[in-house]
Design a binder for this molecule. Structure first.
Ligand code: ADP
Ligand code: ADP
Length: 222
């Protein structure tokens, strides 16, 4: 069974001025553990698609299923990473990663320690977001998203605001996480090099209304 299945997904935004057809006839099946990258012109509906998969927007036609269950709203099996890390400025790194869970709870504490190692923030547990570089803050956001072992990680241009050097470092960190955890990834970018470098499969979208132009499978050496 596919981990994620979108069938004839259509999305329109209604307003007084009329409607915007944002996503048109999207059908895509994603296997467990796949690394999917999504590229396409600005405004073609990439963010909208991720939000729908995340359950943040359920006003649509067609179907979106995770492990055969219709997505009805947000839940802990879907992690989301935005372009900005969105950390709480008044919380330390470890508290940010623990999010709503208590560090006094042993399971959470252990998992936060592991995640700090995984995203290479050792030594920064007690640091505050303002003391971190952009790449470090985004690594903390990734750790936070991984806390409850999501089935899928949705990343919306996560490295778009970083300089080229930090970006390439972050790509290595993310690939390392993926190789260790095998979390299914849906990664939106407008950088074709990044899409090909990271993805097992690259989904290329048409301009609005966003439909899938083609998907390109990238062979990996075994
Ligand atoms: P992308 O991420 O590919 O740049 P978006 O998903 O942000 O594209 O947007 C797709 C289209 O839907 C755009 O035309 C955008 O203006 C429109 N859109 C996105 N969000 C809303 C909204 N909340 N209300 C109305 N229109 C929206
Ligand atoms: P990245 O954002 O990918 O970590 P940087 O060049 O910003 O790349 O940082 C490289 C390393 O330098 C970091 O992993 C960290 O060990 C250290 N570093 C960066 N910013 C700070 C800081 N404000 N305080 C202490 N060490 C830092």
């Amino acid at each position: 069974m596919a981990l994620l299945e979108m069938n004839d997904l259509n999305k329109r935004f209604e307003s007084e001025k009329g409607h915007t057809h944002a996503l048109k006839d999207i059908t895509l099946s994603v296997k467990d553990g796949e690394f999917i990258t999504i590229i396409g012109p600005s405004g073609c509906g990439k963010s909208t698609m991720l939000k729908i998969i995340a359950g943040l927007d359920t006003d649509l036609s067609g179907s979106v299923q995770i492990e055969g269950e219709e997505v009805k709203g947000p839940s802990i099996d879907k992690g989301f990473i935005f372009q900005e890390p969105r950390l709480f400025p008044w919380y330390t790194v470890e508290k940010n990663i623990a999010a709503n869970y208590s560090l006094h709870e042993r399971e959470t504490w252990k998992k936060v320690k592991e995640l700090i190692q995984l995203v290479k923030l050792d030594g920064f547990e007690k640091a505050y977001p303002k003391e971190l570089s952009g790449g470090m803050a985004q690594r903390a956001a990734i750790a936070r998203a991984l806390l409850r072992n999501p089935k899928v990680l949705l990343l919306d241009e996560p490295f778009g605001a970083l300089d080229a050097f930090t970006r390439s470092h972050m790509q290595e960190v993310l690939l390392d996480i993926w190789q260790k955890n095998r979390t299914t990834m849906l990664f939106v970018t407008h950088d074709i090099d990044e899409a090909i470098y990271l993805g097992d499969r690259v989904v290329i979208m048409n301009a609005r209304p966003g439909s899938i132009r083609k998907t390109v499978t990238i062979d990996l050496p075994h």
